[in-house]
Design a protein around this ligand. Structure first.
Ligand SMILES: [Zn+2]
Length: 390
């Protein structure tokens, strides 16, 4: 079926134009073209793009709140109860929960999805294998990346480290890490770099997910990124502790992040829920200073869902526009430029981090999402729905 969208706001190409889909491929029609269109829709300037990229999720844990409850609401209880529950999860259960979330994400217009997947001596690569099956099943609808994630640490238990290596053979294409939770963060980062180099994979770590301004394992990550010549191949998620740091410390860290070309992923919904738990009176938000990072330092910043309805965060519906709205509130990003930047942080920026090009080219495979909004800021404010998806 050949379909023509007239007056589309093709945001990645920065123009309003007609865009056609001919035999499943993108076609920019010229006036003299005599193509038979089965359907012609005048979009009157509505947004057309390749879809959202939700670059940091945990599909193996998502929707588990029916089975495990976090009574204190703290990160520590979340890790503890999930750690106990994890070993008993059946493959069927992981499959059905993850599938539900993938469907949610797809309906909301997400076409690029990346998930951390817990790997340790109990669960081994089971969740990785289940998610690899889903990756194949959904390959025509969305792209799914798997990160082998050592949530339980690797220093206390060498079997966890061996399981992490095995996961890279069983379908994970990126390696994760969580150095601030270990007694020796430097050693943790070294061991992750060893595996990353051995298998030639990129690194995507959970960094400083706490309120302690002295927790700056990011500095060690920067050092080792440069020492290992891994500039441009390292992503750092969270950086919550920077939300509690003094301005001069933040400025110093941001300079060095830029030098090491580390890309940042902020997870505001989960951070707002988990951080500041011991604060009374002034309750810190626990979110990295993303406005400064992006607008002043021009560091690549993406925002993402993180946990969806699990002990780490009971909320979330796999809608990047909701993540953007939460971030707009939490980070005081309500101006038009702020909202445009937030839209890019859920679409073109994480897409590029995952190795994809947001602009449309003549003849490429058609992947079109139309939003019920004319501008990026309107899309966030109105929480625009998906009008058409091809
Ligand atoms: Zn996470």
């Amino acid at each position: 079926m050949n379909c023509l969208f007239q007056n589309a706001n093709i945001i990645a190409n920065e123009r309003i134009a007609d865009i056609g889909i001919v035999d499943g491929k993108i076609h920019f029609p010229l006036k003299e073209n005599a193509i038979h269109w089965d359907q012609i829709v005048d979009l009157k300037g509505k947004i057309v793009f390749k879809g959202f990229a939700d670059i940091h999720t945990h599909l193996d844990k998502a929707m588990v709140t029916d089975y495990v409850k976090n009574e204190s609401g703290t990160l520590q209880e979340a890790i503890d109860i999930m750690g106990k529950y994890k070993a008993n999860m059946s493959d069927e259960e992981i499959y059905s929960r993850a599938k539900k979330v993938i469907e949610m994400c797809y309906r909301n217009g997400t076409r690029y999805l990346r998930t951390h997947v817990d790997v340790d001596n109990n669960i081994q690569s089971r969740s990785i294998k289940v998610l690899s099956t889903l990756k194949n099943e959904y390959q025509d609808k969305l792209y799914l990346d798997l990160i082998a994630f050592p949530q339980e640490g690797i220093l206390q238990n060498n079997e966890n480290y061996l399981a992490l290596e095995q996961a890279l053979k069983d379908g994970a294409s990126i390696i994760g890490g969580i150095p601030a939770n270990e007694a020796n963060p430097k050693k943790h980062i070294e061991m992750i770099f060893d595996l990353a180099k051995k298998y030639d994979v990129d690194i995507d770590m959970h960094i400083d997910e706490n309120d302690n301004p002295d927790s700056l394992t990011i500095l060690e990550l920067i050092k080792q990124t440069i020492a290992n010549n891994y500039q441009g191949r390292v992503l750092a998620g969270h950086l919550c502790s920077l939300g509690s740091s003094k301005l001069e410390v933040i400025q110093e860290v941001l300079e060095r992040i830029k030098e090491a070309q580390i890309k940042i992923i902020s997870l505001p919904s989960t951070n707002l829920y988990l951080e500041g738990r011991n604060d009374i009176g002034i309750i810190r938000r626990g979110i990295a200073p993303i406005k400064m990072m992006y607008q002043e330092y021009r560091i690549d910043v993406a925002i993402a869902s993180d946990n969806i309805r699990d002990p780490f965060n009971p909320f979330g519906n796999g809608n990047p526009l909701q993540t953007a709205l939460i971030t707009a509130h939490a980070c005081h990003m309500g101006g038009v430029q702020d909202l445009e930047d937030l839209f890019d942080m859920i679409s073109s920026i994480p897409m590029k981090m995952m190795g994809f090009q947001p602009t449309y080219n003549e003849g490429e495979k058609a992947q079109v999402v139309v939003l019920d909004a004319n501008t990026k800021d309107e899309a966030i404010i109105s929480q625009a729905s998906v009008l058409y998806a091809i």
